[in-house]
Design a protein around this ligand. Structure first.
Ligand code: FMN
Length: 420
């Protein structure tokens, strides 16, 4: 691998010829054929319906839910179920936008309606619970204390999921992903997330339990309907647990043996959290060690970063995380460069103007209002406002102002101050 020296959207001086040699094949995970190799990462508190929908519109071939507690599913926790609602934002008559979302549809977001395909990401450490959770999601059934519910109405107090897709069961996702990277102490203390990296035997047990759960669902569905696609199970790992540690290859081999269909490698250790540079060499090493597709992750802030990661590591797909914050266009940019196999050619990608960024931000706000209601939306959008307006003149004052605003209209007025 070449020196991993350029960062943060730096200009890429790679020669066109080198990239031209890159494979034409797009990412295929199990039976799931994706349109391009660029995926929106799972981001807790961020990749909700609105964020997934905007990134899918910009071209992300697969988006992920925030991480979901398998235990929460087992016990039938309502908040956990809510995270798995992947129906379009809008009213029940099938209109993808409720009126509040419809009043603003920017030109650079023509689709904006569907966030399919979506991956569900699970965290957990108990094989039995992981198996059952995977099976329930593959069947599209909710659980209560580990038992599958035929009809959720029996479990729903008035006003809770009595209608709409979330009522009857989860919509079947494109794939299930195992979280083996979360660094948060509360998760790690439970042996979940990145703690699994410390114990490859446990990692194997948890991953193979999920695969077993999906296979059991597949058999049940195939018996009922004669045809059923086997839902792929994938896993997302970090390079290692402690600083300086790298057991990604060992973990990847264990996962492959467990029947996992693709592996995402985040090139940082647990101890690093999100600091320091991601080590792309770890991604290249895993790619060489396994036969299943490898998705690289870490420090992608531009289309050229994405292409460079594919070229330098040989990875089959690129998962974009913080680079998509306030910038769903990163997918458009990566796709344009990937189609041209050239990270210098910007012919098919025109960066958004300041006004287009503001339009998208307002659209994002409308989508979150339509999905979660005004009160929650206004709170949650403060961080997005900071991301979308980064570097704009006058943005500091707007960011300060919106931190004290609790209603949508004054928030929109503040945001519109940045229109040029
Ligand atoms: C706020 C935040 C929330 C995250 N939530 C999740 C999560 O739920 N599941 C997961 O696998 N990774 C999660 N991640 C990790 C990202 O998916 C990604 O691996 C990481 O940010 C590295 O990529 P980047 O350097 O391009 O940002 C989260 C990261 C951040 C910053």
């Amino acid at each position: 691998m070449r020196e991993n020296s350029k960062r943060k959207g730096s200009p890429n001086n790679n020669t066109e010829g080198e990239y031209k040699a890159m494979s034409d094949k797009t990412l295929k995970i199990g039976a799931l054929q994706l349109n391009n190799p660029f995926l929106l990462a799972p981001l807790a508190g961020i990749t909700d319906k609105a964020m997934r929908s905007l990134c899918a519109s910009a071209g992300a071939s697969l988006t992920y839910t925030e991480m979901i507690s398998a235990k929460g599913l087992w016990y039938g926790d309502k908040n956990t179920r809510r995270l798995l609602d992947i129906s379009p934002i809008g009213d029940e008559a099938g209109d993808p936008f409720s009126s509040s979302a419809k009043d603003f549809a920017p030109a650079r977001c023509s689709a904006g309606r569907s966030d399919f395909p979506v991956a569900f990401q699970l965290f957990g450490s108990e094989p039995e619970i992981m198996e059952r959770a995977a099976m329930s999601l593959a069947l599209g059934k909710w659980m209560k204390r580990g038992e599958f519910l035929e009809d959720v109405a029996e479990d729903a107090p008035a006003g809770e999921y009595t209608s709409g897709p979330a009522a009857n069961g989860p919509t079947i996702p494109a794939l299930l992903d195992l979280n083996a990277g979360c660094p948060v102490p509360k998760i790690v203390r439970n042996g979940e997330g990145s703690a699994l990296l410390k114990d490859p035997d446990k990692l194997y047990d948890v991953a193979s339990a999920m695969v077993r759960g999906v296979r059991a669902a597949h058999e049940e569905l195939a018996a009922q309907r004669s045809e059923s696609l086997l839902l792929p199970v994938t896993a997302k790992i970090r390079m290692g647990f402690e600083r300086g540690e790298n057991n990604a290859v060992e973990c990847a081999k264990v996962l492959e043996a467990a029947g996992i269909s693709a592996i995402t490698v985040h090139g940082r250790t647990r101890e690093q959290y999100y600091d320091g540079r991601a080590d792309w060499q770890a991604i290249a090493d895993v790619k060489r060690a396994v036969r299943i597709p490898v998705i690289g992750n870490g420090d992608i802030y531009s289309g050229s970063d994405a292409l460079r990661m594919m070229y330098e590591t040989g990875c089959d797909g690129v998962m974009i995380a913080r680079g998509a914050l306030g910038n769903p266009w990163i997918f458009e940019e990566a796709i344009a460069m990937w189609e041209a196999r050239n990270a210098d050619v910007q012919a098919d990608y025109v960066p958004p103007t300041q006004n287009q960024r503001i339009e998208m931000l307002l659209h994002h706000l409308n989508l979150v209002i339509a999905d979660k209601g005004e009160k929650i939306a206004v709170k949650e959008m403060r961080k997005h406002i900071a991301w979308y307006t980064k570097g704009m003149r006058g943005a500091t004052a707007v960011r300060r102002a919106v931190n004290n605003i609790d209603e949508a209209e004054p928030m929109k007025r503040e945001i519109r101050r940045l229109v040029r």
